[in-house]
Design a protein around this ligand. Structure first.
Ligand SMILES: Nc1ncnc2c1ncn2[C@@H]1O[C@H](COP(=O)(O)OP(=O)(O)OP(=O)(O)O)[C@@H](O)[C@H]1O
Length: 257
């Protein structure tokens, strides 16, 4: 189980300040949800956490080591990223895409070994897409691609997984299966999500972003209050809690004033 921490992250492009003073702690196989309206900085933060973007200020650490000083391959051996747009795999088969997850473990000219094949088989089975492993990528539906991308991440056998809206193309059963799978993996996860009820149900902790800043962080019950939802999303909501259950949110409509 890995520990991924970010302290005082600032990130800008030109004059645009995309992230300001953001702190994140993800550790011990917990699932951390990143919430916030469109454009609040979730995807940008995930890329900074993955070491794909270098922050202007602050630092990301993997088990205490600054990620900026680690070789890409060393990062890829333990941290997997599931991005939103996955059109780039073109003519590869599903299996070939999932095999890409083994790249960090192979020498440049080595083929796949038995251990690699076993990791790929297990990953395909875990997301229930083994029957489509010979299909060409561009023939897959959006939801099938999303599951195959997760299989690629699992084939990496990571200690941390960062996921950008992994459920947005999935039917309700596959949404629930994916989030339950993430919880049972024992892998530290950071997930950007739009569905507040799914976030409340499956995440151990939530981080609510607005305008590139953390508005609040804590347990789902601490973060998801009617006042916060009104303030950040401009939506009226009522929230049912009790019996130790996760908050259940009913959206009443956009704020009128
Ligand atoms: N190259 C860029 N130049 C200027 N602003 C940018 C650039 N790239 C992204 N942004 C802005 O940064 C902000 C954060 O974008 P980001 O994609 O991280 O948000 P998000 O919370 O993931 O949004 P969504 O929920 O819509 O996916 C947005 O306002 C976006 O317009």
């Amino acid at each position: 189980m890995g520990e991924l921490t970010a302290r005082e992250i600032g990130f800008r492009i030109g004059d645009a300040e995309l992230l300001t003073g953001v702190d994140v702690t993800a550790a011990d196989g917990r699932v951390i949800g990143l919430l916030g309206p469109n454009g609040s900085g979730k995807s940008t933060l995930l890329r900074v956490l993955a070491g794909l973007r270098r922050p202007a200020s602050g630092e990301v650490r993997l088990d205490g080591h600054p990620i900026a000083a680690m070789a890409r391959r060393a990062v890829a051996r333990r941290l997997a990223v599931v991005e939103q747009d996955t059109t780039a795999n073109g003519d590869l088969t599903v299996r070939q895409v999932v095999e890409l997850g083994r790249t960090p473990f192979r020498g440049r000219f080595d083929g796949l070994g038995a251990e690699d094949a076993a990791a790929v088989d297990e990953a395909l089975a875990r997301v229930n897409i083994a029957s489509k492993q010979d299909r060409v990528w561009h023939t897959l539906s959006g939801g099938e691609r999303q599951r195959a991308q997760l299989a690629r991440a699992l084939a990496q056998q990571p200690t941390e997984i960062l996921l950008d809206e992994p459920t947005n193309h999935l039917d309700i059963r596959h949404q629930l299966e994916l989030l339950e799978l993430l919880r049972t993996l024992g892998v530290t996860c950071v997930i950007a999500l739009h569905d507040l009820n799914l976030a409340a149900r499956y995440c151990d902790r939530l981080l609510l972003l607005d305008g590139g800043r953390v508005v609040t962080s804590g347990t789902p019950a601490e973060v998801l209050t009617p006042a916060r939802i009104r303030e950040v999303y401009r939506v009226e909501a009522s929230i049912a809690t009790g019996d130790g259950r996760c908050p259940r949110i009913e959206f009443l409509g956009p704020c009128t004033e």
